[in-house]
Ligand binder design. Structure first.
Ligand SMILES: Cc1ncc(COP(=O)(O)O)c(C/N=C2\CONC2=O)c1O
Length: 412
């Protein structure tokens, strides 16, 4: 039915994934000469998928294109809201009021705006680490101090240190907690107990919460997402951010859902935000929520198989690497500390020695040394080649280290 093995040429589409990696990963002034042409890299870095967006979404956008006028647009009819709230009700048993829904081009811009609207210059923003870098970037941009609550890493299973969490929440200058639910990069799907404890501590100390739930539709089979707002329907200092962008591979269409139950904050948003939407994106997103579930179920199985393939391949070829199948997302979080010193620039090593583009632990704020993050939302044949190159480069490095050691030994 759906061909996730299909290799689709993304070149010359202005895709960050193929054409924007150099500045994002290595810095704007990087001039490294890699022994690979751009198109020879196996791309496992930025979090978008190399799978075609569902045909039902493409068809809905084509239908909107055929209406041939694309003037100023806002979500004025209830049809989009009904499609989305039916989706959250069916999949998460959670719904929200129509007037609480506002739209944003992306969740990153929403975070940047909300940090400014919620916090004052002398107030702090905290989040769990390792963290998606843009939580800190949003705080930094507005010169808000960011505070990191390091997760506890028990052989690849990450949990929350609630004593540390409460200490940070109790700081009277801490105003906002940004939760990643599910969590990028560890893939944790927070349990009801964990969510309740985080929420209760924030409520006790009057801390606002943004629950970034962009990855919530991308779960391993059997996992269940719980929106934080579902557990705290009375706490209106809780903003929920969701989007079709990760789920249906439509991040470039720039349409995200932000649910703001607090009247004052929503009024601030509506008065300061640019409240217009792309009409083609609206049509696509509505179709995603109305007709995309069957595709998502098939994608979920394919991604589960990619994770199993990765687990088995690493166990066989990189036995000292630490990797547990993530509970959510399509991102593999791999501990390679057995093979590298802490100061090694891992993305540069793998680009140069393996021809693989990936993200390194240092791109996730802190509590992430010697980790690499691999995007597994790629055709299995490409995944196999990427893992082969990654393991091959490390094995070659190991041999060179042993050879060098024996040569030094012989000289002594
Ligand atoms: C937790 C989280 N929030 C927000 C975003 C971005 O939302 P947008 O502005 O696109 O709506 C991402 C994308 N994560 C990415 C994108 O590339 N690498 C990542 O880890 C994310 O992982």
């Amino acid at each position: 039915m759906y061909n996730f093995d299909e290799i689709i040429d993304r070149r010359n589409t202005n895709a960050m994934n193929t054409d924007g990696f150099r500045a994002y990963i290595f810095g704007a002034d990087d001039t490294t000469e890699f022994p690979y042409k751009d198109e020879e890299f196996i791309r496992m870095w930025v979090a978008d998928m190399d799978f075609a967006t569902p045909q039902v979404i493409i068809d809905a956008m084509k239908e909107r294109l055929d209406k041939r006028i694309f003037g100023y647009t806002r979500i004025l009819s209830d049809s989009y809201y009904k499609a989305f709230v039916n989706w959250t009700q069916k999949r998460y048993g959670w719904s929200f009021e129509r007037e609480h829904l506002v739209m944003s081009n992306g969740i990153i811009p929403a975070l940047f705006e909300l940090v400014d609207y919620i916090t004052k210059p002398d107030e702090k923003v905290f989040f769990l680490t390792p963290s998606y870098a843009y939580f800190k970037k949003a705080a930094d941009y507005h010169q808000r101090e960011s505070v990191c609550a390091d997760l506890v890493n028990d052989e690849g299973y990450y949990t929350i240190d609630f004593d540390d969490f409460e200490r940070k929440a109790a700081d009277e200058t801490t105003k906002l907690f940004i939760l990643c639910n599910p969590h990028n990069p560890t893939g944790r799907v927070w349990t009801e107990e964990e969510l309740r404890k985080m929420g209760e501590i924030c409520i006790k100390h009057g801390v606002w919460i943004i629950s970034d739930e962009i990855h919530c539709d991308l779960l391993r089979v059997g996992q269940q997402h719980i929106p934080l707002a579902k557990l705290f329907p009375e706490y209106d200092k809780l903003v929920t951010a969701m989007a079709p962008s990760k789920t249906f591979n439509m991040a470039g269409l720039m349409i995200s859902n932000v649910i703001i139950p607090n009247d004052a904050l929503r009024e601030t948003w509506l008065s300061r935000h640019y409240n217009f939407d792309n009409p083609v994106s609206v049509a696509g997103a509505q179709a995603a929520y109305e007709k995309g579930e069957h595709w998502l179920e098939a994608l979920t199985v394919y991604l589960d198989d990619n994770f199993t393939f990765t687990k088995e391949y690493l166990a066989e070829n990189l036995p000292e690497a630490g990797f547990e199948i993530a509970e959510s997302t399509y991102l593999a979080w791999v501990d390679v500390s057995a093979y590298f010193d802490k100061d090694v620039e891992l993305p540069m090593f793998f680009a140069r020695e393996a021809g693989v583009l990936l993200e390194g632990g240092d791109m996730f704020v802190q509590n992430s040394d010697s980790y690499i993050r691999l995007n597994l939302a790629i055709p299995r044949s490409v995944l196999a080649e990427g893992l082969k190159r990654i393991c091959g480069a490390i094995q070659t490095k190991q041999k060179e280290t042993v050879k060098l050691g024996s040569e030094v030994g012989n000289e002594v």
